[in-house]
Design a protein around this ligand. Sequence first.
Ligand code: UD1
Ligand code: CA
Length: 452
Amino acid sequence: MSLDIVILAAGQGTRMRSALPKVLHPVAGKPMLGHVIDTARSLQPQSIQVVIGHGAEMVREQLAADDINFVIQAEQLGTGHAVAQSLPYLTADTVLILYGDVPLIETATLERLLALVGEQQLGLLTVELADPTGYGRIVRDAQDEVQAIVEHKDASEAQRQIREGNTGILALPGKHLAGWLGRLSNSNAQGEYYLTDVIAMAVADNLRVATERATNEIEVQGVNDRIQLAQLEDHYRQRMARRLMAQGVTLRDPKRFDVRGEVSVGRDVTIDVNVVLEGRVVIEDDVQIGPNCVIKDSVLRKGAIVKASSHLDGAELGEGADCGPFARLRPGSRLGAKAHVGNFVELKNAVMGEGAKAGHLSYLGDAEIGARSNIGAGTITCNYDGANKFRTVMGEDVFIGSNSALVAPVSLGDRATTGAGSVVTQDVPADTLAVGRARQRNIEGWKRPTKK
Ligand code: UD1
Ligand code: CA
């Protein structure tokens, strides 16, 4: 069975009260439409059509990809009209309709829905609602067969009692679609071309409409305002927390934990409260993450420890390495096995060898630090002259005295030492002490000034 997927995303989203098109508002750090596109991809369709209108340029700019065809709907004349704009690009046996503002729909649900579709059968995703106000209602006959969908505004009092609502998500045989859409009319309460009217047309053409129920309301919840957006964010957070716990992670408080991206985890990982994981994060066995950490696009090898309030972005901690509290590891920071970075240390594009240490208050940028080297408190790599960046390269077992300024480009050989407070501007050979500071003078009998 070949599949085309059409994602409707042309609506304005007035109630968001935003300059950003609705479908670009993020859930878990990713635009809603991005979630839908990723889910669409997971079904391996032959094409993905995204119908855009309001904010079309911005949407296209942010989500353009080789496997996506954007279709412009210049005027929003209804969901049926929106799908019709994509007709020239549809050639598959089956067409699946999704929505850019229904971001949490799950692959497994759509797979169940697609299993229903055939040449003579549609698959319609419905949902049982406590309060179906605003939703299209599923009208069934005495044999419980679906006959039509009636929009809330067009529904009679009796029809409004129906609690089975239309999610809008629908899979249909492609060969009938053009014919049905061509026959839609807009003589209804909203003056729109309703996609939902194809249901009654299909029934009239002797096709059957099979239904699948969404497992929960929130999975098919559309976002119209920022309150609903926050509800989906909360739901996503809980879903990710449950998934990680099932994989062997202890979350000190699943309600105070955020994932905004893709995380892979080993076993016996412990994560304390208020940790935010963003982008692609890899966490191996036995890792411990303290409270209030933000960890983005990083890799934590087996047994690594991130202490409280640390910020990692594009970093890697080797086996048993640790950082923090209050460490900042910027892109390109790599700590070897058992390396240690303590409080108020910032690393950028810096590699520390096995067992190397920087315990306190340092900036190490564009640097290479050999195994077991020790960086004293207050050490700064002066890597920038206002125009260009330069590297600092250290061998193994180097000892940098406190408050040294290493003026790059500069290199220090194995077992080199710098005296505290040195400004190091020249290379230091192996096994050598560099002292780059004024020698202390003691002035005997010196008198402090007195007030006149
Ligand atoms: C639609 C369904 C309704 C269903 C509900 C579920 C129709 C006629 N009704 O109603 O049965 O219960 O969704 O939420 O389909 N869009 C376009 N172009 C348009 C119109 C809409 O791209 O011309 C997009 C919107 O951006 C939105 C989606 O389609 O993402 C749904 O449109 P909306 O107008 O919100 O439909 P509802 O009235 O909610
Ligand atoms: Ca809607």
